[in-house]
Design a protein around this ligand. Sequence first.
Ligand SMILES: NC(=O)c1ccc[n+]([C@@H]2O[C@H](COP(=O)([O-])OP(=O)(O)OC[C@H]3O[C@@H](n4cnc5c(N)ncnc54)[C@H](OP(=O)(O)O)[C@@H]3O)[C@@H](O)[C@H]2O)c1
Length: 378
Amino acid sequence: MGRKFKVYTSCHFQPKLYSVSTPRNKKTWNQKIHYFSRYKNHTTMSAEKRYNWAILGCGKIAQKFSKDLQLLEKANLYACASRKLDKAKKFADKFGFEKAYGSYAEMVCDPEIDIVYIATPHTFHKTHTLLCLEQQKAVLCEKAFAINEKEVLQMIAASKKNQTFLMEAFWTRFIPTFQKVLEIIKSKELGDLKTVHSDFLFHAPYDSNSRLYNRELGGGSLLDIGIYPVFTALMTLGIPEKINAEAQLSPSKSDAYMTLSFEYPENKAAHLVSGFTCNSFNDSAFYFEKGSIRISRDMNKPILISKNGSQKTLQMNDGNGYGYHFEASHVMECLDKNLTESPLLPLSFSLNLIQLLDKIRKKTGIVYPNHDTAPFDS
Ligand SMILES: NC(=O)c1ccc[n+]([C@@H]2O[C@H](COP(=O)([O-])OP(=O)(O)OC[C@H]3O[C@@H](n4cnc5c(N)ncnc54)[C@H](OP(=O)(O)O)[C@@H]3O)[C@@H](O)[C@H]2O)c1
């Protein structure tokens, strides 16, 4: 069954109507209801509000994220934008978005959009975030939040100036397995957390055209996947007192492999690895005084908890989705409360994270020439 959706070719032009086929399921029905009304029940608007989501950049992660958005009753898949209209139309057709735009700037003019999910390479995050915030659109921006501290500070300033919601799309913060780890740390049931081991590696052979190796697009393992182990250490142990870092560079001078160790007071430590050189189990392990916890990067695998020589496993997820629906749901909860930042992932945390990544890059000589200024270049 086809349905009509609008395609804007310019902010000022009348939209053309195209026919899109969408699967016959409950979600599609909800989207149809939403097409006529932003609220399921006009008398309880704040509790029942549904949000018009827009996707900026129709690449790989945008596909997974859009699939997870389909799981959320409060999310209406409203618009998507690509640099090419044909690509946006295909994306809209595949995931059931109502509108497709051939330009990011045109899409953010749409007054019906509530939240924009930015899924472009890291080097564009600042520009695209500012574009949305200036139109008072709430923003969920992919990690790495930006290239360096200077850019993140500009993004935070724009959020404050426009009094508009901004959050880094650090999805692992919101998945039940990681929430459980944070809960156990806080409860002290295993004593103090002393050591974190975390790695993220996958094999991606060198390709100068790939985003992963291209420094024009923020390529390198640290900002792409090393950011996860760094995030894990920062969230659980805090800001380190001392950082040791070693990078192996690719021919494009992006980092192909990175080893990090963070030192903290009271003999606490984090040992972290990222790279495109090989595949790993991609586990994180948390060692406490009285036990340990192991979690997998696959959020559907159970948590392993060991205490006083005995072990148990905890299954935290129902197996639905990739895991991006948890962060998307949290954004909508924040907007329900008129917040301009998340209490669980505040902008101060994203600032601490990028400052840590900047320090690591300075130690290992990784530079993004069109973004970094001295002392990076010196
Ligand atoms: N949360 C996660 O699990 C996760 C996983 C993977 C990636 N990410 C993050 O998401 C972001 C995008 O990653 P991705 O793997 O989805 O990247 P990708 O597929 O290579 O590119 C994303 C999209 O960015 C747009 N884009 C705009 N200007 C571009 C340019 N000059 N060159 C290339 N693309 C450009 C393109 O969309 P249009 O052609 O439609 O305009 C492209 O499809 C990165 O910051 C990455 O770190 C997050």
